[in-house]
Write a protein that binds this ligand. Structure first.
Ligand code: CA
Length: 425
């Protein structure tokens, strides 16, 4: 599909992340005003809450679903309403839109540079998976040796754990280095100290836009997904190494998860569908797909020390996943768990086969044994003052579909004196 031209000129540039082909969903405010639902187009944000109140564009004729600081009520309307809304907004922004429609949009839009972006949806619950084969192989090799790298279940089942919705934040939120219990560097007894192996995980998050009760098929799960965000699953490796057996990660993943400010709809990503990889073992029937379940989305992660230059840490692609979000979602419902509008599913860290394609510092520095070169220094793990940024783009013919940067700056751990307990025995 070629670039769809808009009368908003900035949306026609090959560099913008927000051409008419995209139309991602976000929440914004201007000058400490109310939080409003918005749609990005070029260098502007269309005030969807305002258009709804004015009557110019209504997703639901009966209810004001956008009179809220999140898109959840809109999602609840379902795929038919998502498509109608997208098509009506596309007509208003297209370069053959009539003058009256252009005037309405001009009234109900703001410059993106003047806006503050907020969480685009209310996270109901958060589940994180472990579905990138190269990542799982790399981490397994470090933790258990190459012969036991992939656990025997891995090629058959999407592995996941239930995370916390309360620690999911929008891009730009500062991330405080966590304290936690970990194995002491000097002996086998545990110590309580700030994490010294604080890390990122480069992931894509799928947002569930429809609820379900009882098990669903992969096809049905596919229809339940509303869209995708970039997701950084901040991880404290030292806390993780001490706590993860036998029940998996807990406090290592409880500091923060950062999301990109814009939700890219499934419709915008449709031209970029690619199949999941060839498999050594057929999956059980309940996990079989009937259409390609991944997307060709190139992904970058960069690091910028305080006052320093930005360096690229890795480049990879969402198509490296072993399981699609629809497969993960279908698996999630097998034992009877209802799913809700606003549920967030992390893909799992996305690493490619090459060393420069690894989506975490744990892999890039091979557990801290091979420091990586960045502008002005080296890194094993994140240092205080570092800003980590995820970027993603599906690249089409003369345009690209982006998510907005997913940014987090790591600030020092709390002073021991500010904790509600002694940190040493
Ligand atoms: Ca993760």
């Amino acid at each position: 599909m070629p670039l769809m031209r808009s009368w908003i000129e900035s949306a026609n540039s090959a560099d913008t992340e927000f051409p008419l082909n995209n139309l991602p969903y976000g929440v914004f405010s201007v000058d400490d005003g109310d939080l409003r639902c918005g749609v990005a187009i070029g260098d502007r944000i269309v005030d969807a809450t305002g258009l709804e109140a004015n009557g110019a564009l209504r997703a639901d004729p009966e209810a004001d679903v956008l009179d809220a600081p999140y898109w959840n009520d809109f999602m609840e309307l379902g795929p038919g309403s998502w498509a109608k809304f997208r098509s009506a907004l596309t007509a208003m922004l297209s370069d053959d839109a009539i003058e009256d429609l252009r005037d309405v949009i001009t009234t109900y839009s703001v410059q993106m540079v003047e806006a503050t972006l907020h969480m685009p949806f209310r996270v109901s619950e958060y589940t994180d998976f472990y579905a990138g084969r190269h990542h799982a192989t790399n981490v397994g090799t470090m933790f258990r040796g190459p012969e036991n790298a992939l656990p025997p279940n891995w090629l058959h089942i999407p592995i996941g754990y239930n995370g916390r919705a309360s620690s999911v934040f929008v891009s730009g939120t500062e991330i405080r280095r966590p304290w936690g219990q970990q194995k002491s560097p000097d002996h086998d007894m545990p110590a309580f100290m700030p994490s010294r192996r604080f890390d990122i995980e480069l992931e894509v998050g799928a947002i569930v836009g429809q609820s379900s009760f009882g098990p669903v098929s992969v096809d049905f799960a596919e229809d339940m997904i509303f869209g995708y965000v970039l997701l950084n699953d901040w991880s404290a490796r030292d806390i993780q190494a001490w706590e993860y057996q036998p029940l998996g990660p807990f406090q290592a993943k409880a500091t923060a998860t950062t999301l990109s400010p814009w939700i890219v709809s499934k419709a915008a990503l449709e031209p970029f569908r690619v199949p999941t990889p060839n498999r050594e073992h057929d999956l059980l029937p309940y996990l079989e797909e009937t259409k390609p379940g991944l997307y060709d989305i190139s992904l970058d992660v960069t690091i910028q020390p305080e006052g320093g230059m930005e360096s690229t840490l890795a480049r990879t692609n969402y198509k490296e996943m072993y399981y699609s979000s629809a497969q993960q979602l279908a698996h999630h419902t097998t034992a009877g768990s209802p799913m809700n509008v606003g549920d967030l599913l992390g893909s799992g860290t996305i690493s490619g086969p090459k060393k420069t394609e690894r989506g975490s510092l744990l892999e890039l520095s091979w557990g801290g044994k091979e420091p990586i070169e960045i502008e002005g220094g080296t890194r094993n793990f994140i240092e205080d003052g570092d800003t980590l940024t995820l970027k993603g783009a599906a690249v089409g013919d003369g345009y690209k579909i982006g998510f907005g940067d997913c940014v987090g700056k790591v600030v020092p751990a709390l002073d021991a004196a500010d904790l509600p307990y002694k940190t040493e025995r």
